[in-house]
Design a protein around this ligand. Structure first.
Ligand SMILES: Cc1ncc(C[n+]2csc(CCOP(=O)(O)OP(=O)(O)O)c2C)c(N)n1
Ligand SMILES: [Mg+2]
Length: 394
């Protein structure tokens, strides 16, 4: 089994460093023996937070032509912009007491997420998690349906029965997430097996998971059965360095999560999730390979969660040192700088995109706010039945 490791993109945002610089060969392996467990990752210069990512990109010479920009770069950037604008508004409404229940945002994670949704086609299955608004939007979820879910509108996809993020649209291939971490992997595997059994062709499934969720028994079982059944699955794991307030060194002891790909029978890739170009290249490649019948694909992205676990969490446990790490760069700011540097859009166009995003967000919230919530007497509420959901599985 080959393991692919994408190199770390150059910090100056050059695409040359982000184009598919995928080196074929085994990832570096570390044998750690006789090391005191407590905080041992922090004390080692070559693992955990301190481990430099593999640098496979060659320094760009002045005479080299600039690599072409990924054809989906601008589209992806605009989904990120829309998501950030939407979630900032959502967070401010939560703080103003206008949202009931929790609010969870994907700040810093949008470049990875958008790349998860943007390559999927009709007939594919997407099982997103709580930080995947960018991917959900890129795969076709109307923003008004998100606003409807948060406001409990009976017109929304969950008919006002879900408070925030467990919404889905099975008919469109977007599954509603199960809260129990890791559970979605086997749900997607089962859905893919069902599609295969029905004789469908050319479909794939993509699910996302956090580095914390990767440590659950359910995720190990799901990954194993995916490889055993050789289903066309892509698992995109985002290591945002925390599960709630638990840091990496209390979550796992292996040197690198992508090394697990080989153990499961997956093909594995590692990427810098702050770099939109690299996210598009690496996740786009994984999607293509799954569709082409390769073994299941594992992509491990590195970023820092730039918000609390939810809006109730001030994430004061994230130290200043960690906030200065390269993986703490904001993917939106980095993409904005890249667009300016490459002159992909001028300042006026960027401003227009921001205004259009703000308008779309306003429209979604104002439409959803006017809609009625469910009323107990009128609703035929069934806790476990799906018969009254707007979007039943056909
Ligand atoms: C099996 C299980 N245990 C605990 C939880 C509670 N929980 C919800 S999110 C979360 C942290 C998840 O961390 P990670 O997987 O790294 O994703 P992130 O929130 O960082 O995106 C926890 C512990 C859960 N939902 N399921
Ligand atoms: Mg995490």
């Amino acid at each position: 089994m080959l393991t692919f490791v994408a190199g770390k993109a150059a910090g100056d945002g050059r695409l040359a460093a982000c184009a598919p610089q995928i080196s074929f060969g085994a990832t570096r392996r570390l044998r750690i023996t006789g090391v005191k467990r407590e905080n041992f990752l922090r004390s080692r210069p070559d693992v955990g937070y301190n481990r430099p990512m593999l640098q496979t990109a060659r320094p760009k010479k002045k005479s080299q032509p600039k690599a072409p920009v990924h054809e989906k770069y601008i589209e992806a950037f605009r989904w990120i912009l829309l998501t950030r604008t939407f979630e900032e508004k959502l967070a401010s409404m939560y703080r103003g007491g206008r949202i009931t229940g929790g609010v969870y945002v994907g700040k810093g994670q949008e470049a990875v997420s958008v790349a998860c949704g943007i390559f999927l086609q009709k007939g594919d299955i997407f099982a997103p998690l709580i930080r995947d608004q960018a991917g959900r939007s890129a795969f076709g979820e109307p923003l008004v349906d998100v606003a409807r879910t948060y406001f409990g509108s009976r017109t929304g996809p969950m008919r006002g029965r879900d408070g925030n993020i467990h919404r889905g649209s099975p008919r469109d291939g977007q599954l509603a997430m199960i809260s129990h971490l890791g559970a979605m992997v086997s749900v997607v595997v089962g859905s893919l097996m069902a599609k295969r059994g029905r004789g469908e062709k050319n479909f794939i499934g993509l699910t996302t998971i956090g580095e914390g969720g990767m440590q659950t028994g359910a995720s190990h079982e799901g990954m194993n059965i995916a490889a055993v059944e050789h289903v066309p699955l892509v698992v995109v794991a985002t290591n945002n360095h925390y599960a709630y307030s638990t840091p990496n060194d209390r979550e796992f002891a292996c040197a690198n999560l992508v090394d697990r790909a080989r153990g499961y029978g997956f093909e594995g890739y590692e990427l810098d999730g702050t770099d939109l170009a690299q996210c598009l290249d690496v996740i786009g490649t994984a999607v293509k390979r799954a569709r082409a019948g390769r073994p299941p694909q594992l992509v491990v992205a590195s970023i820092l969660r730039l918000a609390g676990h939810g809006e109730h969490d001030d994430f004061s446990y994230v130290t200043d040192d960690i906030r200065k790490e390269p993986f703490a760069i904001d993917c939106l700011q980095r993409a904005d700088a890249f667009i300016k540097e490459r002159e992909l859009a001028d300042a006026g166009t960027l401003q227009r995109w921001r205004e259009e995003a703000a308008e779309e967000v306003e429209n979604a919230f104002s439409a959803a706010q006017k809609e009625p919530v469910p009323t107990g007497e009128e609703e035929d509420w069934c806790a476990i039945s799906t018969r009254d959901l707007v979007d039943a599985i056909e």
